[in-house]
Design a protein around this ligand. Structure first.
Ligand code: ADP
Ligand code: MG
Length: 614
């Protein structure tokens, strides 16, 4: 048997590695910006054409590269940032794997100019599909400019996989924002198709956030600061009343590196739990600084996932830090929220669980007023003290219920039949409302408990679906057309779904890049809705559904609209409203499931009740 194993030529190996590191134009943007930051630049220009598909260029005023380095940097595993394996546990730079430039050069045409000299004599290299075509001396200022042209030109599968320009631009903007937030001390100019879209001067963190997300952020942010032996947490969280729509504005950075962590997100959610509606998302920009040995960033090629030595410490500390910040601004129902002293003496690798801070809450306090916004905290109403376990029980995390594949047909028949029987009876229906959240009503087999919000979502969803099928979504002309201004992300998403939005009865048109005018709305839209909120809510929901599920766009938009317009938990309902809601629910095809597949109602059976009195 002849030997069959061969070493892959470098160009091929690089192309394979490129698949992991460079998934889309935004990945190249991230790598190039990170290199510029690592090179110590304090002014960086990012230049993009056609959503990065034809050009991505980053120009920095950092340290620059020597002639030899400029050639070497395109070799795989060429890095100036680590020398030995042990350095991996003390990483302070953004890059260290030495893969990015080699990967990019394997799948694009790259032109590099770099100089280490103030006098501005440097070197220029042109490289395409891993082959250097020229290296010549050139005039260029100190620093480095790297232009990446025709990304994925030789990997058609990858190129075809790219999304629309709007989507790719949004990814690029996300990467840009993440790095710009962490480095307010660097000035950035961002050009898209020859237009300067972002000019960020050197400033502090708060101003940088305001420059990126809107000047009103100055009033929206509460500072967070917590120093412990293991980790320092700093940054800002948004005041609860602004937590309307903002998934995009949730940022965790660990040692200046943006990371995703649903687990740590949950810690923040919990800190906000009784302050914002269930379907709202808090805004946060949180920076964790920890010794590099505490974390491992080398678990994923794009380095957005990291491993913590002990994630639970981080979880508890973040939760406490956010609660304390909110408490200090008198927003949480806390009185004695002093800094948790247990964190001062944490042994570095002890396994013992951390004691949670005690919290004073008012169990009757309803955080939502009728319009679903957070109600202000009433100082006088603190009554009891509960322990953390009770707290967790009262406000469990928002766990997602998996969507059942088939409707549970048989129960559905019995429950609906139960309902019909009830109507046949003396015709009188008794309803009461529990905690402004559940509707209770006796049925033949026991006590039916209906979740009012989910029930209404189901009703609206089915109604919209039918109207849309019949092409009869009625639209109501507005007397005064309203303009709404969105952030860039949201504007891009809206452009993608604008046809569907029109189909459901909105008269909506683009006015400018991020401005839209609405001159008609679906007739179901109650008058007290603020249009801006509704549209942002739909966008948010659409984006969320898109992440979670493979829905077609129409179902996604319908579901989002139903969710946005449904009555909320916290809304008191009159007897008539409860009757109407229950009647409409049981006229639905699938009364038992919300559009997202969660249970709408349950019955506590007579037997179960009886068994409790044994
Ligand atoms: P890594 O960043 O992981 O080291 P890269 O492939 O991104 O790997 O870069 C390889 C090397 O090229 C870097 O270690 C650095 O020495 C050099 N380099 C890349 N970009 C720049 C830049 N903008 N300025 C100076 N040096 C750079
Ligand atoms: Mg790098």
């Amino acid at each position: 048997m002849p030997d069959v194993i061969k070493l892959l030529p470098d160009a091929v190996a690089n192309q394979i590695a490129a698949g992991e590191v460079i998934q889309r134009p935004a990945s190249a943007v991230k790598e190039l910006l990170e290199n510029a930051i690592d090179a110590g630049a304090d002014h960086i220009q990012l230049i993009i054409k056609d959503a990065g598909k034809t050009l991505i260029q980053v120009v920095d005023n950092g340290a620059g590269m020597s002639d030899t380095d400029a050639r070497l940097c395109f070799e795989r595993h060429a890095t100036s940032k680590i020398e030995q394996a042990s350095d991996l546990f003390a990483i302070r730079t953004m890059g260290f794997r030495g893969e990015a430039l080699a990967s990019i050069a394997a799948i694009a045409k790259v032109e590099l100019k770099s100089s280490t000299e103030e006098v501005g004599i440097g070197t220029q290299i042109i490289i395409e599909a891993s082959r250097v075509s020229t290296q010549t001396p050139c005039n260029c200022p100190k620093g480095t400019s790297i232009a990446v042209k025709n990304l994925f030109f030789n990997t058609p599968a990858r190129r075809n996989f790219l999304k629309s320009d709007n989507v790719e631009k949004r990814h690029i903007l996300n990467e840009f924002q993440r790095l710009a937030i962490v480095h307010p001390d660097i000035s950035f100019h961002f050009y898209q198709n020859n237009q300067l879209t972002h000019q960020l001067n050197k400033t502090n963190l708060k101003q940088r956030i305001a420059h990126l997300f809107g000047s009103n952020y100055n009033q929206k942010l509460i500072p967070v600061k917590e120093e412990t032996q293991i980790v320092d947490v700093t940054g800002y969280v948004g005041k609860p009343e602004f937590a309307k729509k903002v998934r995009g504005e949730q940022f965790f950075f660990v040692n200046k590196r943006f990371i995703r962590s649903p687990y740590l997100n949950h810690a923040v959610d919990l800190a906000f739990h009784d302050l914002i509606p269930d379907d709202a998302f808090p805004t946060f920009f949180l920076f964790l600084e920890t010794a590099p040995e505490q974390i491992d960033v080398n678990v994923h090629p794009t380095k957005t996932e990291i491993k913590f030595q002990d994630e639970r410490y981080f979880y508890q500390i973040i939760k406490s830090a956010v609660k304390r910040a909110l408490g200090a601004f008198n927003i949480t129902p806390t009185l004695d929220f002093d800094r948790e002293s247990a964190f001062d003496n944490l042994p570095k690798d002890a396994n013992r669980p951390i004691k949670q801070p005690g919290i004073n809450i008012d169990p009757d306090y309803n955080p939502f007023n009728d319009d679903g916004k957070a109600a202000p905290y009433k100082q006088g109403s603190l009554t009891s003290r509960i322990n953390p376990q009770q707290w967790e029980q009262m406000f469990p995390g928002k766990e997602d219920v998996p969507i059942p594949k088939e409707p549970r047909g048989s129960d559905q028949v019995t429950i609906s039949a139960d309902w019909e029987d009830k109507k046949e009876g003396n015709g009188e229906k008794k309803f009461s409302q529990l905690h402004n959240r559940y509707i209770l009503t006796p049925v033949k087999s026991g006590l039916m408990v209906i979740d009012q919000q989910r029930a209404h979502e189901r009703i609206l969803f089915e109604r919209f679906k039918i109207l849309l099928q019949n092409r009869s979504m009625a639209s109501q002309q507005l007397l005064f057309p309203e303009n709404i201004v969105l952030n860039e992300n949201d504007a891009d998403i809206l452009k993608e779904i604008i046809e569907e939005i029109r189909n459901i009865g909105f008269g909506i048109n683009e006015l400018g890049k991020t401005t839209f005018v609405i001159d008609a709305v679906p007739v179901d839209l109650a008058e007290d809705h603020v249009l801006q909120d509704v549209v942002e809510g739909i966008i948010e929901q659409v984006q969320k559904n898109k992440l979670d599920l493979k829905l077609d766009m129409r179902t996604n938009v319908l579901r989002s609209l139903a969710k946005r317009l449904a009555i909320r938990h916290g809304k008191a309902l009159s007897r008539e409203e409860m009757t109407a809601l229950a009647d409409s629910l049981f006229a639905c095809e699938m009364p038992q499931q919300s559009p997202a597949g969660k249970p709408v109602l349950t019955i506590i059976s007579n037997e179960e009740l009886a068994s409790r009195f044994k």
